[in-house]
Design a protein around this ligand. Structure first.
Ligand code: SAH
Length: 213
């Protein structure tokens, strides 16, 4: 079930759902999602669904990962991306296939450790990991040309707006409970515009204390 054919079928489904960016489809095809979920779930890794990764969190659905990546990169490939919510590292790996430098922040320590170890052993060396509350961004490396958030705040955190570069793009789910929308914030010389992309369901962005597992 983890064969090249199974992955190819996933790519065909994504294409049928409207993912058109060939760079994104190629990246999704390359990333071994089955190695980023628990062994017991590996046989379901190329179904287009979210799956549990422990600690009450989920690995994002491939369609949503592809849609967010396509939206983030639609105006060109950024040099550096800030990602909030590393989780399993699946979205991180898709980004790392496409962008030179990734800065990713996770608040649950065992998830951060596991994804760091897995992604390194898969040969990704362009990812910087941090255990932190990502609603504060990663100030030391700001501004970012692109920011991608994979957990939903009720409102866009001010620090993330401030760490977005002057021509930057941010893709973020926003909303309360299951009523969330994927929002694209794009800055053009200081002016920020917001565009709603699609209804989505993410786990909440939890501000405050870190979690040791
Ligand atoms: N893109 C990930 C999605 C994981 S779910 C994947 O495909 O696996 C969202 C993740 O965001 C969880 O791991 C959760 O712990 C993390 N998260 C939630 N609030 C956070 C915060 N304030 N700072 C950093 N990470 C956060």
């Amino acid at each position: 079930m983890t064969s090249a054919r199974t992955r190819q079928r996933l790519i065909e489904r994504l294409r049928a759902q409207g993912i058109r960016d060939e760079r994104v489809l190629t990246a999704v095809q390359k990333v071994p999602r089955h190695l980023l979920v628990d062994e017991a779930l590996a046989s379901r890794a190329y179904e287009d669904t979210a799956l549990p990764i422990g600690y009450g969190q989920t690995i994002s659905q491939p369609y949503i990962v592809a849609l967010m990546t396509q939206t983030l990169l639609a105006a060109g490939t950024p040099r550096r991306v800030l990602e909030v919510g590393t989780g399993s590292g699946y979205q991180t790996a898709v980004l790392a296939e496409l962008v030179p430098e990734i800065y990713t922040v996770e608040r649950i320590e065992p998830l951060m450790r596991r994804s760091r170890q897995q992604l390194r052993s898969l040969g990704y060396h362009n990812i910087h990991f941090r255990l932190s509350d990502g609603s504060w961004g990663w100030e030391a490396h700001a501004p970012f040309e692109a920011i991608l958030v994979t957990a939903a705040p009720k409102e866009i955190p001010e620090a993330l707006r401030q760490q977005l570069g002057t021509q930057g793009r941010m893709v973020i789910p926003v909303g309360d409970g299951e009523l969330q929308e994927l929002v694209l914030v794009s800055r053009q010389d200081g002016e920020a515009t917001e565009e709603r992309i699609e209804r989505v369901t993410f786990v909440p962005l939890v501000a405050g204390n870190l979690c040791a597992g």
